[in-house]
Design a protein around this ligand. Structure first.
Ligand code: AMP
Length: 313
């Protein structure tokens, strides 16, 4: 088994300026695993209630997402998130959260899961993220995502979790809030000093940037005319990124750069429709096409200054 994700499986109710949906399949682990399934085998560690029905199960099955470690509490209710976006789709407003079965969640990893090569600690309470990290000491690469809620309420535990992972994936507002540092470059340097070898900062419609001790790499977002629902974009990005890495033998900087493009390609599809709808029916051809477009958008010839000046004369 190559890739493991621990996170939320949820029912989301979302309102954007363009429409509204009630009780659709969501959660960090759902968005992540469906996206990653296009690249690799992925197993989900999460908890759901008796209301998680055949329809939701079928979505995971159709993408060969391994549900061995998906705990079901038959007389409980699945975690619910209620959110709203204004015209600035980069900012999610949480209207309500019902923890339900999530309240007593203690991730239990089967022996198969403990052998995962790559692990994504999706957005959940940082104590649980640490607990899972400690159950997989031999993973080659462990990544972590979080949200403002945990920075506000459990900062110390979150920082301890960040100290023991290889890759932190957060958005720019979270990186600033975490470090209390308004300059993103300084914020990145601070986060790298805590332990992770790599930091990836998601910047919504402006793309994403990668920081290591010696390197910097940044890409734009895929230019889209219609963005419908940004929910899960971050997890879909991480799913494409980690899924691609899991399919590679060598996890060097070149692989990380390509992984960022695959992550952005997957996220660009996710936001075109509500929830996981668009990614569910994605084809390899569509992924390839956007990957190539990214290359065209960002590729340029390096020329010496003298040649530019000569051309102007
Ligand atoms: P993002 O990729 O950042 O847009 O994440 C969106 C997903 O996060 C939604 O599908 C929600 O179900 C999930 N979510 C929201 N709040 C929480 C929370 N407190 N704990 C775990 N998952 C959450």
């Amino acid at each position: 088994m190559s890739l493991l994700v621990v996170g939320s499986v949820a029912f989301d109710s979302v309102e954007t300026p363009f429409g509204k949906r009630e009780k659709m399949l969501g959660g960090s682990a759902s968005h992540f695993s469906i996206s990653a399934s296009f690249f690799t085998n992925v197993r989900v560690v999460a908890v759901v209630g008796g209301d998680f029905g055949a329809e939701e199960r079928a979505v995971f099955e159709n993408h060969r997402v391994d549900m061995t470690d998906l705990e079901v509490i038959p007389d409980g209710q699945t975690f619910r998130w209620f959110g709203r976006y204004e015209y600035d789709l980069n900012v999610a407003h949480t209207l309500d959260t019902h923890l339900n079965v999530f309240a007593g969640f203690q991730p239990k990893l089967s022996d198969g899961s403990k052998g995962a090569r790559l692990v994504f600690l999706g957005n959940i309470q940082p104590d649980l993220q640490r607990d899972v990290r400690q159950q997989i000491p031999n993973a080659e690469l462990v990544a972590l995502d979080t949200m403002n809620l945990w920075i506000d309420t459990t900062r110390k535990s979150l920082q301890k979790a960040i100290e023991i992972v290889d890759l932190l994936i957060v958005n720019d507002a979270e990186a600033r809030q975490l470090t209390e540092e308004p300059n993103l470059i300084k914020a990145a340097r601070k986060i790298l000093s805590w332990g992770p070898k790599t930091l990836i900062v998601k910047r919504g419609e402006y793309g994403a940037a990668m920081f290591t001790k010696d390197a910097y790499f940044a890409i734009p977002a895929y230019p889209l005319e219609s963005v419908f629902d940004p929910t899960g974009a971050g997890d879909t990005f991480a799913g494409g990124l980690m899924g691609y890495l899991a399919s590679q033998e060598t996890l060097d900087e070149a692989a990380l750069r390509r992984a960022m493009i695959f992550g952005s390609v997957m996220a660009s599809f996710n936001v075109e429709e509500f929830g996981t709808e668009r990614v569910q029916r994605l084809t390899q051809e569509e992924i390839n096409q956007r990957f190539s477009e990214f290359k065209r958008f960002t590729n340029f010839e390096e020329i010496p200054f003298e040649r530019a000046v000569k051309a102007a004369r």
